[in-house]
Design a protein around this ligand. Structure first.
Ligand code: ADP
Length: 847
């Protein structure tokens, strides 16, 4: 992506990161310092507290040891006795020497500097050694009280006029133990130099320290008196005093009863940590302290290191982030440089495009005023540069397209791009349809619209032409009387015209979910597939076929289909165009024609056979008539022979007549000249007579003719054309006798559903089933050869059929070849009085 920034972005992220890391490091250091400090203070306080406790216990022990010494001395009876005696005698040199040696042994103990023997009047009677032998003022002051004491007393630390060093006295009251007198008869004052034991005890510190110090103080009025020698102030013992009301001063706190370890300042004003204790049994307070600066020296050193580390860490992080940012900046400027190079190249390229572009290119401001245009624009609009630049776009729009401008520029502004078609106008007023591709561009922070306009005059013309041609095609397609469908490569129907829909019985919407195969009769599908492959392979230009198709209502139609391919520009198959002509009627006519032709041929064949038969049938009796007629005239013909000949001539004549009758009848039937002559007849009588007649004619014992009349005689009087009925029955019985060698012939009738059903049933040769219909056709004979054997013209049954139908019934046959034949026909049962004597005439229709 090309960056449009002039400067690299402020690395806020890095800055924030840096600040967070720095702040975290400082905070971490701070909390570490705090925790270390707290720990150190706690440890130090514990240490000070322990040292103070130890010191106090040592001082108490020291004091107790001294008082213990006083008790030991006080209870040493011989010694006390000795002192008593000495005090109550006058200058007893022996006693004095004993006493001096005793005092000497007392002062031998460490710290006991001097021992004075004082009598009850306060006079020093004896001492050892010889230095500082006077009673101190302090002791003198206490003397009256001391005389009342019962046990040893340790005085406070003193520095007096008489004794020039700091001391304290262990005073042992001398009581005479054996006199039951508890009054004190004297005092033994043992002077103790605190610098020997007590001060070292106070001052020593168990571990080395620069500012560690423990000291003893006591209250002196409103002040504090420092009792021990101070580490940092020489000659201060019993000299230095401080105000008791100084709340910061640790010694003042101690005297005021604080017994803990706390912060404060010491005598020299330094901040200290101090443990304060009262020394039990004395007016003394012990303070063990250390300067805070010493406590925190190590911590401060450590903290200095930590601060240095933190600063180094922050600097390192800062440096790393700086390097990162520097790299980023370097990359930014490198990219910018490259972008600039690309930009220069692009500008050159763009200038080139602008100059030579085939399309019109505009740059307009947001008010749609043209601020730049390429050469092609000046040429296309037939305007000079200074004329076009500064012109509003609406001025070069065709008037009818101006109204869209506002909407189009709004879309462009909102979406950032837009493509649309419009019409511009040249200077000479001619219109120019354009396709415009607009884009919102930003140049140095200012928004512009850039439009690339393509002249689409030719395309519009082509579109128009295409539209017209499509419309023409659509019209032809839709209105064609020929059924047309357009399918995809898979024969799926895409479009079908109304003729097609009507032909196949589906609506176009239904067809769109079908393929041509869906309604092609299964017998034709595989044939189609092969031919379509050949069509696709361009082996054949179009594919013609005559197929059966199944309509929606399942009826089957014949169609003559022509299938061609519509290919795309790459010559690939795009559609199949299927045109189908409904040829069902033609196919039907064709099949009827074929049937008619076959029938004509058959009838021709039958006629030929008939002529043969007729000529044979006529010639045979004619020959007999002519031959025997000639013989009649022969003189030597006997009477018997003549009778025989006449008989033959008569029979032949009858036969001839019957043939001629048949021919005449059929001719009448064909010409529609047959008339019906309905009259009353006695059916049973007629049938009986027929039976007799044929029995006589048959003259054969091998065949019996049996009548079965279905009605009693009184009900067997019917109205019908008796001649025709008799002719039908005669024909059938005659055929039965003709085709039956032996057995029986049953004939008769029965009344069924208002009809009389006649039957003529024989046990003859029978008729094959395939001929059961044909035998009623004219001239048909089952087998010409056989028929020749039996004689006949093939007219009898067709006459029967015509007559039965004329009489209002029908005729049919059932037969089992080799077993016999059963002819049956019906006529209406009409025996009402009304029909009596009535005559009906009806013409037989042409067969
Ligand atoms: P034809 O004068 O030849 O008998 P018909 O029309 O009476 O003519 O009969 C046609 C044909 O029907 C006969 O040639 C014969 O082959 C067959 N036919 C008719 N009646 C019988 C029957 N009762 N038994 C067997 N075949 C018969």
């Amino acid at each position: 992506m090309i960056s449009h920034r002039q400067k690299p972005a402020t690395p806020w992220l890095l800055i924030v990161l840096f600040m967070i890391v720095s702040a975290s490091s400082i905070l971490l250091g701070y909390f570490y310092y705090k925790s270390q400090k707290a720990r150190l203070v706690k440890d130090k306080k514990l240490e000070l507290s322990a040292i103070a406790d130890m010191k106090v216990s040592q001082i108490v022990q020291w004091r107790n040891e001294r008082l213990g010494d006083a008790i030991l001395i006080g209870e040493n009876t011989p010694f006390i006795k000795l002192l008593y005696e000495y005090l109550h005698s006058k200058d007893n040199a022996v006693l004095r020497s004993d006493i001096r040696s005793s005092l000497k042994s007392v002062t031998r103990s460490t710290g006991y500097k001097n021992a004075l023997l004082i009598d009850s009047t306060g006079m020093v009677r004896e001492f050892y050694p010889d230095r500082d032998t006077l009673m101190s003022d302090h002791l003198k002051q206490m003397f009256p009280d001391l005389l009342k004491a019962e046990t040893g007393i340790l005085t406070d630390l003193q520095k007096t006029r008489q004794i020039n060093y700091i001391h304290l006295d262990l005073v042992v009251p001398l009581i005479n133990p054996w006199r039951k007198d508890t009054s004190v008869f004297g005092l033994l004052a043992i002077r103790i130099d605190p610098s020997e034991i007590l001060y070292p005890l106070v001052q020593t510190w168990p571990v080395p320290g620069k500012t560690t110090e423990s000291l003893l103080v006591r209250q002196e009025g409103n002040e504090i008196l420092y009792l021990s020698e101070l580490r940092f102030m020489k000659n201060s013992a019993l000299e230095l005093t401080k105000s008791l009301s100084d709340e910061q001063l640790t010694e003042a706190l101690a005297v005021n009863g604080v017994e803990e370890t706390a912060d404060g300042v010491d005598y020299k004003g330094a901040s200290v940590l101090a443990a304060m204790r009262k020394v039990p049994g004395s007016p003394w307070y012990l303070v063990a302290k250390v300067n805070q600066s010493e406590v925190f020296t190590a911590l401060n050193d450590q903290m200095t290191m930590i601060i240095i580390i933190i600063i180094l860490f922050i600097l390192t992080i800062g440096m790393l982030l700086g390097i990162l940012e520097w790299n980023e900046n370097a990359r930014f400027y490198r990219e910018k440089y490259e972008t600039e190079l690309d930009h220069q190249a692009l500008v050159k390229h763009f200038d080139y495009i602008l100059k030579y572009a085939n399309d019109i290119i505009f740059l307009t401001d947001r008010n749609l005023t043209i601020i730049e245009a390429n050469d092609r624009a000046f040429e296309a609009y037939q305007r000079e540069r200074n004329e076009l630049i500064g012109m509003n776009l609406s001025k070069i729009r065709a008037p009818e397209a101006v109204k869209d401008l506002e909407n189009e520029s709004r879309i462009l502004d909102e979406k950032g791009y837009a493509t649309y078609e419009t019409v511009h106008v040249r200077k000479d007023g001619t219109l120019m349809p354009l396709e415009i591709s607009g884009r919102k561009v930003e140049i140095e922070g200012v928004k512009y619209f850039q439009s690339i306009c393509r002249d689409i005059t030719e395309r519009k013309l082509a579109e128009e032409t295409l539209k017209e041609s499509e419309e023409r095609f659509r019209k032809i397609f839709e209105e064609s009387p020929i059924s047309i469908a357009m399918t995809g490569k898979d024969l799926a129907i895409i479009r079908a015209n109304s003729a097609f829909c009507n032909m196949i019985g589906y609506r176009e919407e239904e067809l769109k979910s079908l393929t041509i195969r869906s309604f092609t009769h299964p017998d034709y599908i595989s044939g189609d597939d092969v031919s379509l492959l050949r069509l696709v392979a361009q082996e054949i230009p179009v594919y013609h076929t005559e197929n059966q198709y199944i309509r929606k209502d399942q009826s089957i139609i014949w169609g003559s289909a022509t299938i061609s391919i519509i290919r795309n520009n790459n010559y690939e198959v795009q559609y199949f165009l299927v045109m189908v002509e409904d040829i069902t009627l033609r196919k039907k006519a064709e099949s009827e024609l074929i049937a008619a032709k076959e029938k004509a041929e058959e009838s021709d064949r039958l006629k030929t056979a008939f002529l043969h038969n007729v000529s044979h049938e006529i010639r045979t009796p004619m020959n007999a008539i002519i031959g025997f007629s000639a013989l009649l005239n022969e003189p030597d013909t006997t009477e018997e022979e003549r009778h025989q000949f006449i008989d033959i001539i008569f029979q032949s004549g009858s036969q001839l007549l019957s043939i001629i009758n048949d021919i005449v009848d059929i001719a009448n039937i064909e010409s529609g000249q047959v008339k019906m002559n309905i009259r009353e007849m006695n059916l049973n009588a007629t049938l009986r007579s027929l039976g007799e007649q044929f029995s006589y004619k048959g003259k054969s014992d091998l065949i019996s003719i049996i009548l079965d009349a279905g009605l009693p005689d009184e009900r067997a009087i019917i109205n019908t054309d008796a001649t025709k009925l008799i002719q039908v029955l005669s024909n059938l019985i005659s055929n039965a006798t003709k085709f039956t060698k032996e057995g029986r012939i049953d004939f008769g009738y029965a009344l069924k559903d208002g009809f009389l059903e006649f039957f003529v049933k024989d046990t003859g040769i029978g008729i094959p089933p395939e001929h059961h219909k044909k035998i009623f056709e004219r001239f048909f004979q089952v087998d010409n050869v056989i028929s020749r054997k039996f004689g006949g013209t093939g007219l009898g049954l067709s006459i029967c059929k015509a007559y039965v139908e004329l009489l209002g019934g029908r005729i049919w046959v059932s037969s089992d070849p080799g077993k016999g034949t059963d002819f049956r026909f019906t006529i209406p049962y009409d025996h009402t009085e009304k029909s009596k004597g009535k005559q009906r005439e009806k013409k037989i229709p042409m067969l």
